[in-house]
Design a binder for this molecule. Structure first.
Ligand code: AMP
Ligand code: MG
Length: 279
C-alpha cells in the first residue's frame, strides 16, 4: 500500500482518509488538490452523487424512525475551506426534521461564563438526529491556540477533555465522525479574493479571514496536533483533500453513507396486533 501522510492509495474506502489513532499527521504531505479513489474526473464523479443523496436520505429516515442513537458530524476547516458548501451539498436530500446544524462562532454572553464544552454539549444531537457542527469545540484548541486567546496550559489540557467528552457522547449512543477539509494556501487566497470580487459573496468576508491567512503555518501546526491527539477509535478524524469541491462532496458523502450503514439503523417493530384494514 502506498501512503502519503494519512492518504493511502490502496486502502479501503473510507479508511483511506482516516487518521489512525496516535499516528503523526503531516498535512504538507497530502496534496489538497489530489483526488485519490475518485471514479473519474469531475463529470463522472458528480454523476454518482444523486445515488449518495438517496442513500443518505434513506438511512437518515431509518435513524429517525429507530430513535435510539444519533450521528454527530464535526466539520472543521480554515476560513473559506468549504464547510458551508459541504453542508449545502452533502445534506441536500435529508429531511430537515431530524437534522440540526450548529455553527460555532466566537463565544459570547453565557457561553463565556461556562466551560468551553458547555455550549457544545447542549448542541449535541438527540436520539434519532444527525447533528452537524460547522466548527466545533476544536476551535478551542485551534483559533484559541493560534490567536493566543488562552494561556498554553489552558488549551493544552483540552485535548484530554475533548477525548473524554467525545467518549461521553459515544457512551450515550452517538456515533462521531470528524472531518477536516484540507485546502491549500493558494486555494484559500483564491476563494477569499472571490468573496471580495463578487458583490453577492462580500458579506462572507471578515477581518478574521485575513488573520487566518497570516497565521497559515501556526494553524497547520495546531491542526496537526489536534488531529493526532484526538483521532480515536470512537471518534476518528478524516482528512479530505478539499481544493476540488466535487471531490470533497463525493468523499464526505461516501464517509457518511458508510458510517450510517455500519450503524445499520432499523425501523421499530410495528404494533403486535396490527389491524389489516382501517374500519
Ligand atoms: P465563521 O465560521 O466564518 O462564521 O467564523 C466564525 C469565527 O469564530 C471564526 O473566526 C472562528 O475561529 C471563531 N470561533 C469559533 N469558535 C471559537 C472559539 N471557541 N474561540 C475563539 N474563536 C472561535
Ligand atoms: Mg468566515
Amino acid at each position: 500500500m502506498r501512503c502519503s501522510g494519512v492518504v493511502c492509495s490502496n486502502a479501503v474506502m473510507p479508511e483511506r482518509w482516516r487518521v489512525e489513532p496516535g499516528k503523526p499527521v503531516r498535512l504538507e504531505s497530502i496534496d489538497p488538490s489530489s483526488t485519490p479513489g475518485a471514479p473519474g474526473g469531475k463529470a463522472e464523479t458528480v454523476a454518482t452523487l444523486p445515488a449518495f443523496h438517496e442513500r443518505l436520505a434513506a438511512l437518515q429516515e431509518r435513524l429517525w424512525a429507530e430513535h435510539r442513537r444519533s450521528l454527530l458530524v464535526v466539520l472543521q476547516a480554515l476560513d473559506a475551506g468549504g464547510k458551508d458548501g459541504t453542508v449545502r451539498h452533502v445534506f441536500r436530500g435529508v429531511n430537515p426534521q431530524g437534522t440540526t446544524v450548529t455553527s460555532f462562532k466566537v463565544p459570547v454572553g453565557e457561553e463565556v461564563e461556562h466551560d468551553f464544552l458547555w455550549r457544545v454539549h447542549r448542541a449535541a444531537p438527540a436520539t434519532g438526529e444527525i447533528g452537524i457542527f460547522n466548527r466545533s469545540h476544536y476551535e478551542d484548541v485551534l483559533a484559541v491556540r493560534v490567536l493566543g486567546l488562552a494561556p498554553e496550559k489552558v488549551w493544552k489540557a483540552r485535548y484530554d477533555l475533548i477525548n473524554a467528552f467525545e467518549q461521553t457522547l459515544h457512551h450515550g449512543g452517538t456515533t462521531i465522525v470528524k472531518i477536516y477539509l484540507h485546502i491549500s494556501k493558494e486555494e484559500q487566497r483564491r476563494r477569499l479574493q472571490a468573496r471580495l470580487d463578487d458583490p453577492d459573496k462580500r458579506w462572507k468576508f471578515s477581518a478574521a479571514d485575513l488573520e487566518a491567512l497570516r497565521h497559515w503555518d501556526e494553524y497547520r501546526e495546531a491542526y496537526e496536533d489536534a488531529l493526532v491527539k484526538t483521532s480515536t477509535a470512537i471518534a476518528p478524524w478524516y482528512v479530505i483533500p478539499a481544493d476540488r469541491k466535487w471531490y470533497r462532496n463525493w468523499v464526505v458523502s461516501r464517509i457518511l453513507v458508510k458510517t450510517l450503514r455500519r450503524m445499520d439503523p432499523r425501523y421499530p417493530q410495528p404494533m403486535e396486533h396490527l389491524p389489516a384494514t382501517i374500519e
